[in-house]
Every structure is written in structure tokens, then in C-alpha cells.
Design a protein around this ligand. Structure first.
Ligand code: NAD
Ligand code: ZN
Length: 260
């Protein structure tokens, strides 16, 4: 499929699902799990840090890793891909944005009602009783390049505070998963951006969309195997999404000039 065929389908679509993974935030400087992590963290496997066992075994190591990631997000800005997705939502009758990302860059680009399948770095809670914990948005104490940090403790029960993300081996938030699934099964066009498609059950969504007759397109700079009924646009999320927006709906800046 060419980008102009997809642009045409986007113009005609009644319901579009955009499904994002870590690659959508890569151009904002947030490392993906498949990129080599920098500094101290390059010696660790994310799949081994992002589990409940890892946290209980070494809370300061895990909390330090999450604080390092949160600090990167706090200092990052949304990129053209985040912004183009927010623009698309204004131009199609219905757009559902489902993300595996635990950052808030979609929201900061103007997207509303983002479905976070894997929770958020910004909503920590007690590992024992679940009480929410408020973290300062920024802190000079945050590590520049990764270090062990003792997690805060819950004011209700004294348990450790854990990040509000979904760890490997945990269930997805039920509401998020059922809304994501319902959207995948109803949409005409499903665009999957910057995900390696190996983390389940999230990776099921494109297949569900395909099974219900949607056009499914993967956007990624690195090619991977897909079925013959799916489509692939190879390139960076920012370039391809901005290009698609312009091809489907014209240059937003030019349109605004005409309106004036
Ligand atoms: P992943 O790290 O497994 O894969 C990232 C994908 O993005 C790769 O296929 C890579 O080729 C692609 N990519 C890299 N640069 C890109 C670009 N400029 N444009 C488009 N694609 C690009 O990430 P995943 O599939 O999302 O799954 C792993 C888990 O990682 C998820 O559960 C997610 O919660 C977590 N994660 C989230 C963040 C974040 O919130 N920003 C960051 C790292 C990991
Ligand atoms: Zn508690």
C-alpha cells in the first residue's frame, strides 16, 4: 500500500484506531526497550526490571530505573508523530488512540481520552495496599544517568510505592483493554506505530482489527514479518504521520491561512 492509498482510506474512514508503542516516543528522546539503554542501565534487561519479583527483590534498583525513565519523560517534548495523531483526531469522524506507552506525550500533544494499556509512569501507588502516591513532577534530586533510589513509603501502611505501570506478568487494566479491543473490532483503519508487536495481549489488537475487516497498516523504520493482508509503511513515525496528514487533509497550516 502506498501512503496515498492510505490517505484516501483515512479520508473515507468513519472510525480510525491509532495504536502506538515505544517507537512513537523514540524521536522525543525516550529510549525504546529494543534500543540499547544508556549509562548504567545498558547492563540491565528491561524485561527483568519490569516485574513484581524484580521490584520486591531490589526495590531501590527498580525504583531508580523508573525514576530515570520518568525524568526523561518529564524533560521530553511531544514530537511530530504525537502532534499529527492529535490533528488526525480533529479531521476524522472518530479516532481512538490506544497506547502501550507509559509516558504522557500524547496528552501533551493535545490528544484526549488516550487509552493507556500499560498504565503510566505518573500514577505511582503503594505495592501493598494500592493507595495512590503523589510524585513531584520534576525534582532536582532525580538521577541524570541512572542510580539506585530508595522508593518512598506509603503513608497508610508503610509499604513501598511502585510505579503505576503494568509489569510483565500482570493483567492489563480491564477498562483500557476492553475499550481498546472494542475499538479495534469496529474501526475501518487501524494504524500501528512504532511497536515491535511482541508484548501480549496488546499485540493482539492489530490481529483483531484485521479479523473484523479493517485495513491494518504498520509504521516502523525496521521491517518485520506481517501477514499478506496487512500493510507496511517503512520509515520514522514523525515523517510518515506528518506526510499522511498532509496527503489526506492538506497542510494544516495552509488550511488555516485560507480560513483567515
Ligand atoms: P519496543 O521497544 O519493543 O519496540 C519499539 C519499536 O519502535 C521497534 O519496532 C522499533 O523499530 C520502532 N521504532 C524505533 N524508532 C522509531 C520511529 N522513529 N518511528 C517508528 N517506530 C520506531 O516497544 P513496544 O513494542 O512498545 O513494547 C515494549 C513495552 O515497552 C511496552 O509495554 C511499553 O509499555 C514499554 N515502553 C514504553 C516506553 C514509553 O512509554 N515511551 C518506552 C520504552 C518501553
Ligand atoms: Zn500502602
Amino acid at each position: 500500500m502506498t501512503s496515498s492509498t492510505l490517505a484516501q482510506q483515512l479520508r473515507e474512514a468513519k472510525h480510525v484506531v491509532v495504536f502506538t508503542g515505544a517507537g512513537a516516543s523514540a524521536e522525543s528522546g525516550i529510549p525504546t526497550f529494543r534500543d540499547a539503554l544508556t549509562g548504567l542501565w545498558e547492563h540491565f534487561d528491561p524485561a527483568k526490571l519490569a516485574t513484581s519479583d524484580a521490584y520486591r527483590g531490589d526495590p531501590a534498583l527498580c525504583w531508580g530505573w523508573y525514576e530515570w525513565r520518568r525524568q526523561k519523560v518529564v524533560r521530553a517534548q511531544p514530537n511530530e508523530a504525537h502532534r499529527a495523531i492529535a490533528e488526525f483526531a480533529k479531521r476524522v469522524p472518530k479516532l481512538t488512540l490506544v497506547t502501550q506507552n507509559v509516558d504522557d506525550l500524547h496528552e501533551r500533544a493535545g490528544s484526549q481520552d488516550v487509552i493507556h494499556l500499560h498504565g503510566s509512569l505518573h500514577s505511582p501507588r503503594c505495592i501493598d495496599c494500592g493507595q495512590a502516591y503523589t510524585l513531584p513532577l520534576t525534582s532536582d534530586a532525580l538521577p541524570e544517568d541512572g542510580s539506585r533510589i530508595e522508593p518512598p513509603q506509603c503513608s497508610a501502611c508503610g509499604g513501598y510505592v511502585r510505579p503505576g505501570v503494568v509489569w510483565f506478568g500482570e493483567m492489563l487494566p480491564e477498562d483500557a483493554w476492553s475499550s481498546g479491543l472494542a475499538a479495534a473490532e469496529k474501526c475501518d483503519v487501524f494504524i500501528s506505530i512504532g511497536t515491535s508487536g511482541i508484548v501480549y495481549p496488546a499485540a493482539e489488537l492489530p490481529l483483531r482489527a484485521l479479523g473484523h475487516g479493517a485495513t491494518v497498516v504498520h509504521i516502523n523504520p525496521e521491517r518485520f514479518n506481517i501477514s499478506s493482508r496487512e500493510h507496511f509503511l517503512q520509515g520514522q513515525a514523525s515523517v510518515l504521520m506528518r506526510g499522511l496528514l498532509t496527503e489526506a487533509f492538506g497542510d494544516p497550516l495552509v488550511t488555516e491561512c485560507f480560513v483567515e
